[in-house]
Design a protein around this ligand. Sequence first.
Ligand code: NAD
Length: 433
Amino acid sequence: MRIAVVGTGYVGLVAGACFAESGNTVTCLDIDEAKIQKLRDGIVPIYEPGLEELLRRNVQDGRLSFTTDYAAAISGAKAVFIAVGTPPGKDGSADLTYVLEAARSIGRHLTGYAVIVNKSTVPVGTAAEVKEALRESTDHPFDVVSNPEFLKEGAAIDDFMKPDRVVIGSESTDAAEVMDELYSPFVLSGNPILHMDIKSAELTKYAANAMLATRISFMNEVANLCTRLGADVQMVRKGMGTDKRIGSRFLFSGVGYGGSCFPKDVKALIQTAEEAGYDSGLLKAVEAVNERQKRLLFDMLSTHYNGKLQGKHIAVWGLAFKPNTDDMREAPSVVLIRSLLDAGATVCAFDPEATEMSREHYLGDTIQYAEHPMDALNGADALVLVTEWNEFRRPDFDAMRAALSEPVVFDGRNIYRRKSLEKLGFTYYGIGT
Ligand code: NAD
């Protein structure tokens, strides 16, 4: 099938590559000319494991191409995916400017019937707005479908190729059939394609992310209680997670959720609820707990140094909001590091993939960047672990102790054991453990 994907970010690029891999002819379009030029030159603008190889293979085989030209991408496409950003507006609601702009541009270039698929995360009612934007810009027939994306950055290709489920909201059997045809190669092992009405599909994405964010905030609340009560959240987590009704996943306490999805989606759902005349006390609490949690590491450091962070030099391991990505949107590392700098400390950070992202878009040259994890520790007064990249899990603790001027570790992801580190002479701080 000939398809177009509008927006070549984390979602659009992965979706485009995976649809090409399953035999479709895919044109990926973006308004960012520099991004498209990079992609044409074989440079992947984001870090996502396996993506480079997948893009290269499909470009070579002639199934995948990149353009900034709407006419070239849309003409003759049977399905057009909208995968542009939906960042939070001032009041927290999803900003639909990019989605509606994309819809109008698609409309202007349709050459016949096409299924317009909304893959961006959008509030209930957006499909109707997209429909209206299209109607104003084309006389060709079309259907609008909601197809929220559930991939996780860092495991995006696997998630897309082997989805737990595919959610499709549509009101047309023709459109539903096109979607079934596109997705059938990804559900051969029997995972379901769930067809539903458009509003339910739109809400499913927010409800799923809000549920996951709730689990994180809940466990952070439990961890904070553990700290005060002398219990160990690692034990409590195991005790809870072995209950089949609860399950063991997404029960890790830490420094709060970040990234491009949970924070903005929780905010947007709160706003959607408000507009519907419903005060979502639970979601507001989820967000408030998370905001507090993101400040926790700084508060712990501040307490350790009796409020005197001026002149301290702190090593930070991990800048990305989670491992296996270079994404730093809403990353807890940024909150911590800015607070440290404001308090007069200096910072040397190491991240396996996010250094360039940080330099260009977040922390610039306000901090030093190390090329190797151990280099960040030289002469540092403490190590703060913010992102649990695998390579931080089994460091050479003797070398760590030798490099640090004071052997103190703030473990924001509970990846080390207090007992082992204390035995080695470190002062150890965990989150509820
Ligand atoms: P992103 O910011 O990485 O990429 C969006 C791209 O859209 C950018 O390259 C931008 O230049 C392009 N764009 C903006 N306006 C355009 C237009 N009018 N025409 C063509 N291109 C345009 O975003 P992302 O992380 O890929 O997220 C996209 C959507 O998918 C969001 O709604 C997000 O909530 C949702 N989502 C993201 C993830 C994730 O893990 N990143 C997972 C599931 C769903």
